[in-house]
Design a protein around this ligand. Sequence first.
Ligand SMILES: C[S@@+](CC[C@H](N)C(=O)[O-])C[C@H]1O[C@@H](n2cnc3c(N)ncnc32)[C@H](O)[C@@H]1O
Length: 323
Amino acid sequence: MIHLYDSFWSKLSEIEIDPYGIEKLKKFTEDKLINPISGDFPRWHDAYKNLPEIESIEHCEISDAIECTAKNLDNSILSQVNECYKQLIPWRKGPFDMFSTYIDSEWQSFMKWQRIEKHLPDMRYKTILDVGSGNGFYMFKMLKHNPKLVMGIDPGILQIIQFWSIEKYINSGFAVLPIIMNDFPEEITTFDMVFSMGVLYHRKSPIQHLKQLHNTLKTSGELILETLVVDGNESTCLIPTDRYAQMRNVWFLPSVSMLEIMLQRTGFTNIKCVDVSTTTITEQRTTEWMKFHSLAQFLNKDKTQTIEGYPPPTRATLLATKK
Ligand SMILES: C[S@@+](CC[C@H](N)C(=O)[O-])C[C@H]1O[C@@H](n2cnc3c(N)ncnc32)[C@H](O)[C@@H]1O
């Protein structure tokens, strides 16, 4: 897999990024991919390698689904594509529509993009970091806006292989690196934009996470932060005693007002909340491509609370500029 990153490393070296930082990214990436911790890695890797070469790609379209079509593909190729993508189940983020295989992921991820896209700063020719990018669904969405480069980081090896399995046909030139935020090189401080969506509430130290995001940006760089919130004022923050909507690793759910103070204290200005939405069971649900329980099973009957008795999942998106 490591060779997949070759052209990305050359692209990185052409932009203003600290070369020592790039060396660290390479080393972390190689270490993780040479010693992957998941026992499923060989099966997933084989699924990626078995994806057929397709010369006749007509177009790749970034609409609600990320979509690729090709002319005159015979049935054996179509079923090979389908079988390879099936080996990469569960698909949490999507959908992807690849040569007649419709990957109906757990999340209708385009719904979040529709809510936030209109508020985003200009991405043309920008360098963008997507922290917790998962399988890169939103990175592919960014393609439409002509950024100079998009780099995702995510520790999930399955999500990374899913990314490469879509990138094989889309050819965006972007990459997802198997790196967690704590390992992100401190020398890299020149991104124009950083996205952190669905990550902050998983962090035991939200202030440290915001400081790390701040450090990745150049002065006047833009943060796009999306996270779970609760109703309340500057003093309100929910820390679940154990699980939240059955998730084990949920720590801090602040109010929007508290989040704004956290951003201000960590060196951001122009702080704006552009969206607050309660997640519905249309947006997050069990499908053929993610067969486990989903939001409907994590809420009470009338959907007014999680099954633990907390407010139902509500997400806020905030924009902020590095001072
Ligand atoms: C809830 S998903 C959000 C995915 C996507 N950003 C979205 O908004 O749909 C959280 C992602 O963050 C990743 N993640 C968790 N902790 C992380 C960390 N410390 N650094 C980078 N990514 C992390 C997870 O592997 C997962 O893919």
